[in-house]
Design a protein around this ligand. Structure first.
Ligand code: IPE
Ligand code: IPE
Ligand code: MG
Length: 247
């Protein structure tokens, strides 16, 4: 265990951006950047586990990424398959849970089968809990939750004038994880790109120019230190927050 003196976020969500630019800078095909990106994923998982982060959500493929050239999309699918095959055993051995969020129906059947296999193998993981967002979109998530909520209303399982925010959240793909405390985006862009929308309502946002393949434990600790220095008020005054923390 490390860094007991800093306030470690319980849940970190990351938009892993900049693989293509990392490769381009080196006159390499974009796919090389994605390959190196997998190494950053591996290092980040290990670093989060060392820091005692409880939940890590990684944006691997957005609902908009289908618009990329077919070759790149196919290469990403092959890379996901390869990474799952090579990492599954070590995740399970390290007591790490891995589940997927997003609309998996659009993926090739053998990839979905592999995903389900990894989920089953790591189901009992009780240290770090990872969520991989694949064919995920924040708007899609809210919409599919709203559809499920409306069918629960129609079936009389919930009463319309008693519907709460928690009711809607219980149908989101992230229902079994707390909202992220820290949102990180690498690669220099300062946007959400339709990642978790509902869930980051009160997350601390951290943007870094570091390209995802260059993101390492030192970079992660910098983000966590930035988080640690922030005052999270959730609408209250600083004085209220201070007196509560002294109570
Ligand atoms: C993020 O890196 C990886 C995926 C979206 C799969 P990019 O591929 O978007 O890299 P840049 O933004 O082009 O550098
Ligand atoms: C966001 O990155 C999606 C992932 C990291 C998987 P993009 O590179 O697709 O985002 P935009 O298109 O620049 O907003
Ligand atoms: Mg990008």
């Amino acid at each position: 265990m490390e860094n007991k003196s800093i306030n470690v976020p319980r849940h970190i969500a990351i938009v892993m951006d900049g693989n293509g630019r990392w490769a381009k800078k080196r006159f390499l095909p974009r796919t090389f950047g994605h390959q190196r990106g997998v190494e950053s994923v591996r290092n980040t998982i290990r670093a989060c586990n060392d820091l005692d982060v409880e939940y890590l959500t990684l944006f691997a493929f957005s609902s908009e990424n289908w618009k990329r050239p077919k070759d790149e999309v196919n290469a990403l699918m092959r890379l996901f398959m390869k990474a799952l095959e090579s990492e599954a055993a070590s995740l399970a051995k390290n007591n790490i849970q891995m589940k997927f969020i997003g609309d998996l129906n659009a993926f090739p059947a053998e990839l979905v089968a592999k995903i389900r296999q990894v989920e089953a193998l790591t189901d009992h993981g009780s240290s770090l809990k990872i969520r991989i967002a694949a064919n995920y979109g924040g708007k899609w998530d809210i919409m599919q939750a709203a559809i499920k909520l409306s069918s629960a209303l129609q079936q009389g399982k919930i009463v319309a004038n008693k519907v709460s925010e928690d009711d809607l959240a219980s149908y989101l793909d992230t229902a079994d994880v707390p909202d992220p405390d820290l949102f990180i985006r690498t690669g220099g862009e300062q946007r959400i790109s339709n990642f978790l929308l509902w869930q980051i309502a009160y997350a601390e946002l951290y943007f870094t120019d570091t390209l995802w393949p260059d993101f390492d434990k030192v970079a992660l600790i910098q983000a966590v230190e930035s988080f640690s220095r922030r005052s999270r008020r959730f609408g209250k005054t600083d004085e209220q927050v201070l007196s509560e923390s002294n109570a």
